[in-house]
Design a protein around this ligand. Structure first.
Ligand SMILES: [Zn+2]
Ligand SMILES: [Zn+2]
Ligand SMILES: [Zn+2]
Length: 140
C-alpha cells in the first residue's frame, strides 16, 4: 500500500475511535442520574479511552451545548447533560448540590433568575451548594 493510502487509513481508524469514544462518554453522562467528573467517566468506561480523549470529547460536548460544566467546591470539574441548550449557548442558571455524605453532584431543578446590572450578559452560571442530599439527611 502507498504511504498516502496508509495515512488515510490511519485517519479513518482514528475517526472511528473518536466516534466510539464520543458515543461511550455521552452514554455515560446520559445514564448517570447525577453530574459526573472525569474519574467517574473513566471508571465507567475503563481504560479503552485515555484521559486526554475524555477531556477533549467533554470540551467539544460543552461547545455543542450538550453538557454544562460545574466547578465543584472539591476543586473537581463536573459535567451534566443539558436539556435545552444550543451551540455555544447554554440556557440555564441552576444551582448544583454536592452531598458531603454520598458525594453525588446534582443539578437542582429550580432555575434562578439572576438580575445583572445593565449591559452585563451572563454566559455561565456556577452556583454551588454543598450539604446533605434528601437521601442522606433522612435519618436526622
Ligand atoms: Zn447547557
Ligand atoms: Zn447524599
Ligand atoms: Zn446543571
Amino acid at each position: 500500500m502507498e504511504k498516502k493510502q496508509l495515512r488515510r487509513l490511519d485517519t479513518m481508524v482514528k475517526n472511528k475511535r473518536n466516534t466510539k469514544a464520543k458515543e461511550l462518554i455521552l452514554e455515560t453522562i446520559k445514564n448517570a442520574s447525577t453530574a459526573v467528573n472525569k474519574d467517574i467517566i473513566q471508571e465507567e468506561i475503563g481504560n479503552v479511552i485515555d484521559r486526554a480523549t475524555i477531556y477533549r470529547v467533554l470540551n467539544s460536548f460543552y461547545d455543542d451545548g450538550i453538557v454544562h460544566k460545574i466547578l465543584g467546591d472539591d476543586g473537581k470539574q463536573y459535567y451534566a447533560y443539558c436539556i435545552n441548550c444550543g451551540e455555544k449557548k447554554h440556557l440555564h442558571s441552576h444551582f448544583h448540590f454536592r452531598c458531603l455524605n454520598c458525594g453525588k453532584v446534582e443539578c437542582l431543578p429550580n432555575e434562578i433568575d439572576v438580575k445583572l446590572p445593565k449591559g452585563y450578559q451572563s454566559v455561565n452560571f456556577n452556583g454551588f451548594i454543598s450539604g446533605y442530599c434528601n437521601q442522606c439527611s433522612k435519618d436526622e
